[in-house]
Design a protein around this ligand. Structure first.
Ligand code: FES
Ligand code: FES
Length: 189
């Protein structure tokens, strides 16, 4: 690890972090886990392949998914991110009062088993939903955009089908995310 330090602050889950001096080659994943105690972002491959560590980067052009194991704090400095801890609505005591539609759908569809991969899938599916809010997709293309959006996420318990179905159902059942006629098969699970 580099001896050179960098003063870092960023926006995490809607709050600005206190500036802290970090090794300039520290990865964002280590910063989240070791400095902010946000351990919901998971370490899997450590090589940018599995996306267990993915979070949402709120970029100027819209939400994008970044694998934090290969994303340095030097690049992340000053930027805004959402981790799995930041998605649900909470009350003043910090208790979850409402999940995101994607999170609820993953539960309803029994999408995960061990759940190690789930934070990354939540990030990918949520970023997709938010991109579709800005630019809806034709209903007949939903399957393809979901496959493309979740293509980088690896689930070692092989729960892919239920993740895909859950994401597809959120998109098809949320007004404004699609264009075209509703078919009876669209809402079948
Ligand atoms: S742990 Fe980051 S992509 Fe696998
Ligand atoms: S649910 Fe176990 S790795 Fe995906």
């Amino acid at each position: 690890m580099s001896d050179r330090m960098l003063s870092v602050t960023m926006r995490i889950n809607g709050k600005d972090t206190d500036p802290v001096d970090l090794p300039e080659d520290l990865m964002l994943l280590e910063y989240l886990q070791e400095y902010l105690n946000l351990t919901g972002t998971r370490y899997g491959c450590g090589q940018g392949v599995c996306h267990a560590c993915a979070v949402i980067h709120d970029a100027p052009g819209g939400p994008e998914v970044v694998p934090t194991c290969i994303t340095g704090v030097a690049w992340a400095n000053g930027r805004s991110f959402r981790t799995v801890e930041g998605h649900a609505t909470r009350d003043e005591q910090g208790n979850v009062t409402q999940l995101l539609p994607v999170q609820q759908a993953f539960l309803d569809h029994f999408s995960f088993q061990c759940s190690y991969c789930t934070p990354g899938f939540v990030a990918a599916a949520t970023a997709l939903v938010e991109r579709l809010e800005a630019g809806p997709v034709a209903r007949e293309d939903v399957e393809d955009v979901v496959l493309e959006a979740l293509n980088d996420n690896i689930c070692r318990c092989t729960g892919y089908v239920r993740y895909l179905k859950a994401t597809r159902d959120v998109i098809l059942n949320t007004p404004g995310l699609t264009t075209g006629e509703v078919a009876a098969s669209d809402t079948a699970t």
